[in-house]
Design a binder for this molecule. Structure first.
Ligand SMILES: [Zn+2]
Length: 64
């Protein structure tokens, strides 16, 4: 059976480490307080300044 084989967390047949969040094989896991929050395939990186600009933008339209 070929195709898009998905591994589940706890599956003993996987070849590579699998992200418990998205189920993809991955090289890097991201943790917060010891808990996995994602991996290099399901977590996006963003420039802090870009995010900050968008974040502040939300409050500039509220009328305050
Ligand atoms: Zn993932």
């Amino acid at each position: 059976m070929g195709g898009n084989r998905k591994y589940r967390y706890g599956d003993e047949n996987y070849d590579n480490p699998v992200c418990p969040v998205c189920g993809e094989e991955c090289q890097t896991l991201y943790l917060q307080d010891g808990n996995v929050i994602g991996c290099d395939s399901c977590v996006d990186e963003k420039s802090a300044w870009e995010w900050w600009d968008e974040y502040q933008d939300q409050f500039s339209h509220t009328g305050f």
